[in-house]
Write a protein that binds this ligand. Structure first.
Ligand SMILES: [Zn+2]
Length: 83
C-alpha cells in the first residue's frame, strides 16, 4: 500500500531507517567503471555515483538483478535508460 508522505510517516521512515529495516539494495554500474552495491531505505529513480559523482538512473525495465547480497535494483548511466 502506497501512502503519501506526511510528517508522521516521515518520522516512521526515519525510525525504520534507524532500525535498519526496509532496506533495499541498489546495484550501481557507472560509466567511470564503478560497480558496487548500495543500500537505501527506499527505492530511488536517481543516484549519485560514489566514485565520480555522476548521476545513475534506475532501469525499471531491467528490473531487479541478482547480487551477492540478494535482489537489487539496477541503476546505471552506461546506456540510455528510458524514463
Ligand atoms: Zn562513476
Amino acid at each position: 500500500m502506497i501512502q503519501q508522505p506526511t510528517a508522521a510517516s516521515k518520522v516512521n521512515e526515519q525510525l525504520a531507517e534507524a532500525y535498519n529495516q526496509h532496506k533495499i539494495l541498489i546495484q550501481v554500474e557507472c560509466k567511470c567503471g564503478a560497480s558496487y552495491i548500495e543500500e537505501s531505505a527506499y527505492k530511488r529513480n536517481k543516484w549519485g555515483c560514489k566514485e565520480c559523482g555522476e548521476i545513475v538512473f534506475l532501469d525499471s525495465k531491467k528490473g531487479m538483478v541478482d547480487t551477492v547480497k540478494g535482489k537489487a535494483w539496477y541503476m546505471t548511466n552506461r546506456y540510455f535508460v528510458e524514463r
